[in-house]
Write a protein that binds this ligand. Structure first.
Ligand SMILES: [Zn+2]
Length: 396
């Protein structure tokens, strides 16, 4: 008990070089480990970590960083909590639906650990604000779910010389590594070019097992904590692959690419660029080809069906989506459409639909190319149908 008296009783905030008695109690399971100890806990207290994104990864890692006593945690997000988040984003409760994610997350993390500072950056991370935002943090943890932001975080970390604890998830599989570490590779060493837009589906399109971001985010948190206390072997130059379905971890060796445009010998990425353009996302978001497909709104379709018009409804989603809800349409998943188009009658008017209108726009374009003259895309898909025509149809 003699050591107790060494700690001042005044608030820890005034004395960043020591812990209060309450903090000693809170972190006792860290303090009794020689690898952490008082020295490591004070390093945690002085550390500044930025979590990019408060989705599934950000939820798990944010909670563990806060619980561990990381003194300053920044969170960046611009979204609001919606019901589909709650299956995996354990930072939020049902009562948070509709709230700003940064606000709900800050409340939750403060509730968990009132001794730490939480800075909520209610914004989208962009090429304009990233360097300014990242520069005051020691470690960046990337919990984003899209390629433009991932390349943006990578390049900003390389330019600022900050370690980037990367994690990504999809369905049952996750990846973790540390990029931007001195002498270590970066995300561009691994993936010099983004995949063609639309090739890699997002979690919103492909789904994700709820617990997966919890596991991957916890691994990211563990790596961030190790970096801070300076112990162990960081996940640098190694890509950890996790398959929850097989319950297996694998590891790939990653080498720093001397020709890497970001971190190579002669880098060409010397400032932040337009990442939406780099990833080809812009064309995807304001689709040239898709918008050229004639559309019908849910209300118009409803009126025409009620009038008894001969309209053939083609559902291009997957069978498991059809089981969630449907409009009684004929089901041909988009991927099967090229070889099954002959099942359709080209003389009839066809309205193609999917969940949001994106896949069905592709389907309609495909059918028009194949000679179907009267194909319309249902604008906004079954989601819009639920909003505008029939709220009893569940949204997913
Ligand atoms: Zn690199």
């Amino acid at each position: 008990m003699a050591t107790r008296t060494e700690f001042p009783t005044r608030p820890a905030a005034l004395e960043p070089s020591a812990l209060s008695n309450e903090e000693v109690l809170r972190y006792s399971r860290h303090l009794i480990m020689p690898e952490v100890g008082m020295d490591g806990q004070l390093k945690l207290k002085r550390a500044k970590v930025l979590c990019v994104g408060t989705g599934g990864l950000g939820a798990s890692l944010g909670l563990y960083l806060a619980a561990a006593g990381v003194g300053h945690i920044g969170i960046v997000d611009f979204d609001v909590v919606d019901r589909t988040n709650l299956q995996r984003q354990i930072l939020f409760s049902s009562a948070d639906i509709g709230r700003r994610k940064t606000e709900a997350a800050a409340d939750r993390l403060h509730g968990l650990n009132p001794d730490i500072q939480i800075t909520a950056h209610e914004t989208r991370l962009t090429s304009e604000n990233a360097l300014e935002l990242l520069k005051s943090y020691d470690i960046i943890v990337d919990g984003t779910d899209n390629f433009p932001t991932r390349y943006l975080v990578n390049d900003a970390c390389v330019l600022l010389n900050k370690p980037n604890v990367y994690g990504s998830i999809f369905r049952f599989e996750g990846q973790v590594s540390i990029f931007g570490y001195p002498q270590g590779p970066c995300y561009r060493c691994l993936y010099p070019e983004p995949p063609p837009p639309g090739l890699v589906p997002s979690c919103a399109e492909g789904g994700v097992l709820g617990v997966l971001p919890g596991i991957v985010g916890a691994i990211q948190a563990a790596e961030a904590l190790k970096l801070i206390i300076g112990k162990g072997e960081p996940l640098v130059g190694r890509l950890l692959l996790f398959d929850a379905l097989a319950m297996r971890f694998r590891e790939l060796k990653l080498r720093k690419n001397p020709d890497c445009p970001a971190c190579g010998v002669h880098p060409t990425v010397t400032r932040l660029i337009d990442y939406a353009e780099f990833c080809g996302v812009r064309e995807q978001e304001s689709p040239g080809s898709e918008s050229s497909v004639p559309e019908i709104t849910p209300l118009e379709l409803k009126l025409r069906l009620d009038r008894g018009d001969d309209v053939f409804i083609l559902d291009v989603r997957e069978p498991h989506e059809y089981a969630i809800c449907n409009l009684g349409g004929y089901l041909i998943p988009l991927g099967d459409l090229p070889r099954r188009a002959s099942e359709l009658d080209s003389s009839r008017e066809i309205v193609a639909h999917c969940r949001s209108g994106k896949r069905s726009a592709e389907a309609a374009a495909l059918l028009r190319k194949a000679g179907f003259g009267k194909v319309l895309n249902l604008k906004g898909g079954i989601l819009a149908w639920s909003d505008e025509v029939d709220p009893s149809v569940p949204k997913y």
